[in-house]
Ligand binder design. Structure first.
Ligand SMILES: [Cu+2]
Length: 512
């Protein structure tokens, strides 16, 4: 029903080989019960070393830091020896972690070796619209796209991923995503762990379904489109049931929810507290101690966890989060809601790091005097057809079940223009029955209020994606950035990828 990406072509050629291999395997190995928080002690199956995406730093060339990415097909062993057809950047699944520094001029070349169109969006980055990698910056098969810009923002954990018109969900699901780290002097001097893969560890969460033949299974039903695709197993950095042998007793985890639709409610197995030190767009002013943290699709949080007790501890996600757990639709979708064991951390060999996280890590820019150039109301809507089955309305979801202010996304329609170097207040309303993570390109905004109330401290910092609950209005204060271009738009949309693909997206230009 759903046309998949280049991955499908490989399925056929490898199916025979796969069937030969799988005949030798018990079914339990093909579909291990990963993540059941069962009666056994901490994750006996959690043995595979957590893969750390390779770091891709710039090659310096005449003042420009150059990066090369290739979107390509490949085969990935999620369950040895089964090979699953996937796509990735510079590898078979996901991509390298791009690392850049504030003030750098960067030039990224993305080659498309897939058999289908793709795009790559630098999620969270402030940059000219034609460098943004949204649905208008199509990279045809066999061609390359160049994106160059100056890194102007604070240090933070960003994200890059396919943003292909109508195909974002299927392409990200099969692997077209990665992490992007921005550094700056302030974050380097904040006394935080900074050794990549050692005490500064990327943790990319993605839920997936695998068919009996070991291949990734994307949309199968109307609920998958309406709720967004949820999978029954969770990959961390592309691995099932991984083990992190901690090398230091103080770990910084860069959490990225790169799932299509699933929210996670993260907690450690022994309930130990951790410190949230950064949100989407950079450091919080002050670390926030928590024992639980909910993350919507596309959100990033950095946390510091102390493992100096030398024990093993499991990072878990508890049932009861997002649309399948606590949303108004959860009664219908309870089957998708469960606990997951995500990542086992073994601290037995960790070296002592007694450094303390500073009480104040940064100061937010003072926007209290900002002149508000515009105020807008954006309502995230799902039509009744979405509830009852899109067939009634003729076109199903693509016929407009997913909308913002009454309109489904249209590549040809610019929804509004903003003025550059200004501030706007957006009220994001949600008259639908689902929770939507709302994302705006080219900005790191601040949440002013939720239904008139100030946000919790851990989400009061820089954000590019914000959860909007049913019947809630979230007010955000948003800088429009320094780049004017009346021809090329930026996107704003729900980051449940099936909602985005289904039309819950709009576009705006920033003008001089
Ligand atoms: Cu949504």
């Amino acid at each position: 029903m759903e046309s998949t990406s280049g991955g499908r072509q490989m399925n056929r050629t490898t199916r025979r080989k796969f069937l030969q291999a799988s005949a030798l395997l018990p079914a339990s190995l093909l579909l291990p019960a990963v993540g059941q928080s069962a009666t056994h002690s901490l994750g006996p199956g959690f043995k595979r070393p957590l893969p750390i995406p390779p770091l891709l730093e710039a090659t310096q060339n005449g003042g420009w830091g150059e990066y090369q990415l290739t979107a390509q097909q490949g085969m990935t062993r999620f369950f040895d020896p089964v090979e699953t057809a996937t796509i990735g950047f510079n590898g078979s699944y996901l991509g390298p972690t791009l690392r850049m520094k504030r003030g750098d001029q960067v030039a990224l070349t993305v080659k498309n070796s897939l058999s289908v169109d793709t795009t790559v969006h630098w999620h969270g980055m402030v940059l000219p619209a034609r460098m943004d990698g949204g649905p208008h910056q199509v990279i045809r098969p066999g061609t390359s796209w160049n994106s160059s810009f100056t890194v102007r923002q604070r240090a933070g954990t960003l994200f890059y991923h396919s943003h292909t018109h109508g195909q974002t969900g299927v392409q990200v699901y099969h692997g077209l995503a990665g992490m992007l780290i921005v550094d700056d002097d302030e974050s380097g001097q904040a006394g935080l762990p900074t050794e990549y893969g050692v005490d500064d560890v990327p943790v990319i969460l993605q839920d997936r379904d695998f068919a009996d033949d070991g291949q990734l299974q994307y949309l199968r039903s109307m609920p998958d489109r309406m709720m967004g695709k949820h999978g029954g197993q969770v990959l961390v950095n592309g691995a099932l049931a991984p083990l992190l042998k901690a090398q230091k007793t103080r770990l910084r985890l860069r959490l990225l929810n790169a799932s299509n639709a699933r929210f996670y409610r993260l907690q450690f197995s022994d309930g130990r507290p951790f410190q949230v030190i950064a949100s989407d767009g950079g450091l919080l002013q002050q670390p926030q101690a928590r024992t639980q943290l909910e993350m919507a699709p596309a959100e990033r949080f950095e946390i510091i966890v102390d493992v100096s007790d030398g024990k093993s501890v499991m990072l878990r996600s508890l049932a009861g989060s997002g649309n399948v757990g606590r949303g108004m639709m959860s009664m219908m979708m309870g089957g998708l809601d469960r606990d997951f064991d995500l990542l086992l951390i073994d601290a037995a060999g960790a070296k002592k790091d007694s450094a303390q996280t500073p009480a104040v890590m940064t100061r937010y820019d003072d926007w209290s005097q900002a002149e508000i150039a515009n105020r807008r109301q954006l309502d995230l809507e799902m039509g009744m057809g979405g509830m009852m089955g899109g067939g009634m309305m003729g076109g199903g979801f693509r016929g407009g079940m997913m909308r913002i202010n009454g309109q489904a996304f249209d590549m040809q329609r610019i929804d509004f223009a903003a003025k550059k170097d200004s501030f706007e207040i957006w009220d994001i309303g949600n008259p639908s029955m689902m929770i939507h993570p709302f994302h705006v390109h080219n900005t790191q905004f601040r949440i002013v209020s939720r239904n008139g109330k100030r946000p919790a401290a851990y989400e009061a910092g820089y954000k590019d994606t914000v959860v909007v609950e049913p019947s809630e209005t979230v007010r955000i204060l948003l800088p429009t950035g320094p780049y004017a271009d009346s021809q090329h738009p930026y996107m704003y949309h729900c980051h449940i990828l099936e909602h985005e693909d289904g039309g819950m997206m709009g576009q705006f230009v920033v003008e001089a």
